[in-house]
Design a protein around this ligand. Structure first.
Ligand SMILES: [Zn+2]
Length: 126
C-alpha cells in the first residue's frame, strides 16, 4: 500500500543512481577504447583487428593513443570511485576529508576531491 523508498536514509546522496552513472562511465570508456583500438567493427558488432593498417598511419595512431589515454584515465577514475563506494568512503574528498557536495557528485560522479582540492591537484600536475 504505502510505497516507501528502500535503502539507507542517513545519506542524502543517492548512491545507487551514482553507482549506475559510474558503471555507465566505465562501459562508455571501454567502448571508446575498444572502438579506437579497432580498425572497424563488422556487421555482427564484432571488432575486426587490423594492427598493420593502424601501425602504418602514425599521426592517426598518435591522436587515437591520446584519446585512448583519456578514456582509460576516465575509466580508472570511475573504477576508483566504485571502489570507494564499496569501502564506504565515497563522497568524501581524498585530500581534505570534507564531504563533496551532492551537486558536484551528480555532475562528476567519479570526483575524488572537492572543487578546491581538485583545482590545487590539477595546478600541481600542470
Ligand atoms: Zn578537499
Amino acid at each position: 500500500m504505502d510505497a516507501h523508498p528502500t535503502g539507507p536514509k542517513e545519506n542524502s546522496v543517492d548512491l545507487d543512481a551514482l553507482r549506475a552513472d559510474l558503471e555507465q562511465v566505465v562501459r562508455e570508456s571501454e567502448a571508446t577504447i575498444a572502438a579506437l583500438n579497432a580498425e572497424e567493427i563488422d556487421e555482427d558488432g564484432d571488432i575486426v583487428e587490423d594492427d598493420a593498417a593502424e601501425a602504418a598511419d602514425f599521426t592517426e595512431s598518435d591522436r587515437e593513443d591520446a584519446m585512448v589515454d583519456a578514456a582509460e584515465a576516465r575509466r580508472a577514475e570511475a573504477l576508483e570511485a566504485l571502489a570507494r563506494m564499496e569501502a564506504g568512503s565515497y563522497g568524501v574528498c581524498v585530500d581534505c576529508g570534507k564531504e563533496i557536495p551532492e551537486a558536484r557528485l551528480q555532475f562528476r560522479p567519479e570526483a575524488a576531491r572537492c572543487v578546491e582540492d581538485q583545482e590545487r591537484f590539477e595546478e600541481a600536475e600542470a
